[in-house]
Ligand binder design. Structure first.
Ligand code: GDP
Ligand code: MN
Length: 365
């Protein structure tokens, strides 16, 4: 009696995300941007926020030097929030040793108040019409910046972000499953961008029109900034020809910490979107907002129902449990299941933290 109800709910739990994925994947491959692009070379300020990055900040500065963008139009700001490992000094020493072809400013905050606040601090000094952000621990491919910038030549686009490429996808189970997750979500985000906008933004390679941005969102990070721009009537897009390289945490504990923090921002930003929709104020494409609101705010609660349904099916039709070895022995299937399970556990945890009002403005590094 109850099992058919559980099965129906489980079908919704699985089919809605699956349907949305296939639709977005198709759009990402076959859809049109509906943009008019032209060459332009505006003045750009690239902001790198740092907290305890002494080990890698030189690599990041070297990476910026390799950008093919005209150096006269480039300004770099490193904003450091009182790192305890001497990051700011490493940058200053680097600048003394190397004469960079572009202007570089180091801002030292006296206290750590979080990345978004640091970005806003740097924004006050930024002289470019375009503001870009990057993380210290990611590497841009030389062309990715120019490729991303091109999209801002269209009037309707206020912000562009890049696609993350993992540098260590085979390193561990945490990294392998992250690769699977990325493969699915990169399609979804690019598909949404072609339809209208994605607000799930990657601050590791993001470009904004400064006049429209005004300030970075301090609640929901990069995604909050993107939502604010969509609400102003502009598009915010993830583009496949701008990629940045990033390593996934090798262990599950480190990965969980990062994923839960990101999930909290997403839960927060989709909650905002839900409230805007209910007040009929949302400027998001309704398909995009409805699907993501379902995915992030409602579907996690159907996850336990799905688990119970699976057990119910095995108990009612014992022969079905013969499929278990297949799922456990085929590596791709097994990783897929781990990706699915961990995603929903992270999301449920993030929703719980959000409900308890525990925001993560600064995080352990
Ligand atoms: P994740 O990749 O999302 O786990 O985030 P990271 O820990 O790599 O942080 C992204 C970027 O923000 C890195 O360049 C960090 O150094 C920087 N960052 C993190 N927290 C702070 C902060 O409180 N202040 C500043 N200025 N930068 C920060
Ligand atoms: Mn990082």
């Amino acid at each position: 009696m109850i099992l058919p109800v559980l099965i129906s709910i489980s079908l919704v739990h699985i089919m809605v995300p699956a349907g949305y994925y296939f639709w977005m994947k198709r759009l990402s491959k076959k859809g049109n941007w509906n943009l008019t692009l032209s060459d332009f070379e505006p003045k750009v300020t690239l902001i790198v926020a740092t907290y305890n990055e002494a080990n890698i900040i030189e690599d990041k500065l070297n990476n910026i030097r390799e950008l093919t963008y005209p150096k006269d139009n480039l300004e770099v700001i490193v904003v450091d929030s009182a790192s305890t490992d001497g990051t700011a000094q490493v940058v200053k020493d680097y600048l003394e040793r190397n004469s960079l072809p572009f202007k570089t400013i180091v801002i030292e905050e006296d206290q750590r108040r979080g990345k978004s606040k640091a970005l806003n601090n740097a924004l006050q000094t930024a002289s470019g019409n375009i503001v870009a952000t990057s993380d210290a621990d990611c590497i841009w491919t030389p062309q990715s910046f120019n490729n991303a910038l091109k999209y801002l030549s269209d009037k309707s686009v206020a912000a562009v972000c890049g696609v993350e490429v993992l540098t260590n996808p085979e390193e561990s189970s945490a990294a392998r499953t992250e690769l699977q997750h990325r493969q699915v979500f990169n399609f979804i985000r690019v598909g949404e961008s072609k339809l209208q906008s994605t607000i799930v933004f990657e601050g590791a390679l993001a470009l904004y029109k400064k006049g429209l941005l005004e300030k970075f969102d301090e609640d929901c990070d990069d995604s909050g900034s993107a939502l604010n721009l969509v609400q102003k009537g502009f598009r915010t897009i993830m583009v496949p020809d701008a990629s940045f390289l990033n390593a996934c945490p090798r262990g599950w504990k480190a990965k969980a910490t990062k994923k839960i923090r990101r999930a909290q921002h997403l839960v927060d930003v989709w909650w905002k979107c839900l409230k805007l929709s209910l007040r009929r104020k949302s400027k998001m494409n309704p398909w995009i907002s409805a699907s993501n609101i379902f995915l992030y705010l409602f579907n996690p609660f159907l996850f336990p129902v799905f688990m119970v349904t699976i057990v119910g099916i095995f108990l009612t039709w014992p022969l079905t449990s013969l499929t278990i070895p297949v799922f456990l022995l085929v590596p791709k299937l097994r990783d897929g299941i781990i990706t699915y399970l961990s995603n929903y556990v992270f999301l449920l945890y993030a929703i719980l933290m959000q409900a308890l009002g525990r925001k993560q403005i600064v995080w352990k590094k």
